[in-house]
Design a protein around this ligand. Structure first.
Ligand SMILES: NC(=O)C1=CN([C@@H]2O[C@H](COP(=O)(O)OP(=O)(O)OC[C@H]3O[C@@H](n4cnc5c(N)ncnc54)[C@H](O)[C@@H]3O)[C@@H](O)[C@H]2O)C=CC1
Ligand SMILES: CC(=O)C(=O)O
Ligand SMILES: [Mg+2]
Length: 629
């Protein structure tokens, strides 16, 4: 505003053009100690405000093709329209959206994005078909996914989901999931109310720091939370409107993403230290304030935070870490399966010698849990630790390892410091393992020399290359069959075909935590558990092996058929609830616990089943008798 002295007040009205620079509307403004004449800015009736009236809010805006601007909404609009959290944190200009679409228009989606040779254009075409169906009709999507689970899990989940996460910024189409970023600090408890559902049963959250074996993918990690929850809904009957995929964007150390013009995560290196934990704490408080009974699965947090976060929350909230606990529970179930294939008993786990490549959250989660199972079957802790030989990128880990060895690895270091850093082949020759586990993220790590050496000292070696996606498997099913001369029992993290050796079919199982997390989460949620105990996980492993048919065992399968996923999840859920009751970790108002007490396991099974979402159409309006039947 222009200020004038009070002496010019007399000429106030009617001077100058009404619409011109010298505006007639003047006023008096009291300033400290004196009054001043202030000339307001000129009025221009031709000026049009740039906003329009939008009566919708939140997802309704994003799902309305007329109003939606996707990633181009700026933060003023996001806050006014309750969109904060529903979009990737970085605003993408209109011109970049055009550029991204034109690339796809000209070259097709499979060719827009970098390739992973083990994810074929055919996989990508199928992924696109399913994604587009999911965006327009979830009941139909889940019906089809469930009916074709074995065929389609590799499309919505590993390996294709890995490609999808690597290229999420290029193929992103529709808002799905909650984006929380460092920019939302202090605002999360209100942001969470932008989510449309008033009830949520399960959250899968990642910070994208180690997505499968593909490393740091920043905000693109949301794809893995979405993929996991697709399996929750199809495999365990969680209602699709009652789950929430989340990514917490704390930056990325992935240079190629940071430099990519279409990357829509925060363009900063990862937050670390106290600030990191405070942010995750704020997220936990925010979601638990709105959804106090929700189960939270931590997914693909890098090893430096994964165990610490689990330890931070596991005694207080209904949480688990899938990579540590889900994987371990699955591997234990698979080992029980392999023992059954060999005609041995579960207790014979105490006689196994296990070489593990990879001392990250997955590898060490497995080691700790298998050791626990061995103590359950009679070994002392010391004896159980002796059964393991663990290697990381620097070779065998012994007490002679220089530098800081993480506290969860230290107890499993081999005593003989002279073997420090020994390579895998020498370790296999020395240890004579019965089980070889890969959780290294190094595709092709297991060679013919390794598996031949293993087969020399073991009749039926169990080979478990767990790293995902397919390109990161430590070996393939075909390689295992050839190199063990058909003796190997095989299970890999991502799907592998059965193969034939010497005229005999050799089963290839999938050792993926997808066997456990849906049922575990279902039991914990329907059972109204307060926390998840190790005993509950142990009972999940034990019930997994009970789901394998004799026919499958005779073919060498160490896991049940994936097409049985709903039955498997139901069994696991019931075992988890039973154990939770024993461990006294169910809430006082747990109906499942009451049903168990009143009607036993069969009653519990019917109760849990009745709580599972079935992908069928419900009438949306009252239908008179005879219509729509
Ligand atoms: N099949 C399943 O259900 C699951 C599989 N995984 C897979 O496990 C893998 C590892 O995950 P994290 O432990 O979180 O990763 P991470 O990156 O924390 O750990 C990898 C470990 O492998 C070690 N390593 C690297 N090169 C090696 C080599 N040449 N020989 C031996 N060790 C080597 C590293 O030193 C590190 O200790 C990932 O590929 C992931 O996809 C994880 C969870 C579940
Ligand atoms: C399967 C899984 O959770 C992983 O590879 O990280
Ligand atoms: Mg994972």
């Amino acid at each position: 505003m222009q200020r004038k002295t009070s002496s010019s007040l007399l000429g106030l009205v009617g001077r100058g053009g009404v619409y011109g620079r010298s505006c007639p509307h003047r006023s008096l403004v009291a300033t400290t100690g004196s009054s001043e004449e202030v000339e307001p800015p000129p009025y221009n009736p031709d000026v049009k405000d740039r906003s329009v009236i939008v009566r919708k809010k939140g997802v309704e805006v994003l799902h309305d093709p007329w109003w939606n601007k996707g990633t181009s909404f700026n933060y003023v609009e996001r806050d006014a329209l309750s969109l904060r959290g529903l979009l990737p944190p970085c605003e993408i200009p209109f011109s970049k959206q055009i550029e991204r679409f034109m690339k796809e228009y000209q070259h097709g989606i499979a060719h827009v994005a970098p390739k992973d040779e083990t994810v074929t254009p055919e996989n990508i075409r199928k992924w696109k078909a399913l994604e587009s169906l999911q965006n327009r009709n979830e009941v139909l999507f889940y019906k089809i996914l469930l009916d074709n689970f074995e065929d389609m899990a590799p499309i919505v989940y590993t390996p294709t989901v890995g490609w999808c996460c690597q290229n999420f910024h290029l193929i992103y189409r529709q808002a799905r999931g909650l984006f929380i970023s460092e920019r939302d600090r202090g605002m999360m408890s209100s942001l969470v109310y932008n989510w449309p559902a008033s009830k949520i049963h399960a959250i899968v959250v990642t910070d994208g720091s180690r997505v499968l074996g593909l490393g740091d993918l920043g905000v693109n990690g949301l794809g893995i939370s979405i993929g996991k929850l697709d399996i929750y809904c199809a495999g365990a009957g969680f209602h699709p409107s009652r789950v929430m995929p989340v990514v917490i964007d704390v930056g990325t150390n992935n240079e190629s993403l940071l430099n990519h013009p279409l990357y829509f995560g925060l363009r900063r290196r990862r937050l670390e230290g106290d600030e990191y934990y405070e942010l995750i704490d704020e997220f936990m408080r925010a979601v638990l304030a709105r959804y106090p009974n929700v189960l939270i699965q931590f997914e693909d947090f890098s090893t430096n935070h994964a165990q610490a976060l689990l330890d931070r929350y596991r005694e207080h909230h209904l949480v688990f870490n899938d990579d540590i606990q889900g994987t371990a529970t699955t591997v234990l179930g698979g080992i029980y399966g392999a023992l059954a294939v060999k005609g041995s008993q579960a207790k014979d786990i105490t006689e196994q010698t296990i070489v593990v490549c990879g001392a990250g959250s997955a590898g060490m989660g497995v080691v700790q849990f298998l050791a626990k199972a061995m103590t359950k079957h009679g070994l002392s802790e010391e004896e159980a630790r002796e059964r393991f030989w663990i290697l990381d990128e620097d070779g065998l880990i012994t007490r002679g390892r220089p530098g800081n060895v993480p506290s969860f690895v230290k107890p499993f270091s081999r005593k003989d410091a002279g073997m420090e850093g020994q390579d895998l082949l020498s370790t296999i020759r020395e240890a004579k393992p019965t089980i070889l586990i890969g959780a290294s993220t190094v595709g092709g790590l297991f060679t013919s020399e390794h598996l031949e050496a293993m087969s020399e000292s073991c009749d039926r070696p169990l080979v478990m290359p767990l790293s995902n996606p397919t390109s990161k498997l430590e070996c393939t099913s075909e390689q295992s069959a050839q190199w063990t001369k058909g003796k190997g029992i095989f299970a890999a993290g991502s799907p592998q075909p059965n193969c034939v050796y010497d005229g005999q079919e050799i089963a290839s199982s999938q050792a993926n935590n997808m066997y456990i997390f849906p049922g575990l989460a279902l039991g914990a949620s329907v059972g109204k558990c307060k926390i998840i105990t190790d005993n509950m996980l142990m009972s999940a492993s034990e019930s997994l092996v009970n789901c394998i048919t004799q026919e499958d065992l005779s073919k060498g399968s160490i896991y049940p058929k994936l097409s049985m996923i709903r039955d498997i999840s139901l069994e696991i859920a019931c075992s988890v609830i039973e154990q939770a009751v024993v461990d006294k970790v169910v809430k006082a108002d747990s109906r499942a616990a009451e049903v168990l007490e009143e009607q036993g396991r069969e009653g519990l099974k019917s109760f849990v089943k009745s709580r599972m979402f079935q992908p069928n159409y419900d009438p949306l309006v009252y239908l008179p008798p005879g219509i729509g039947e």
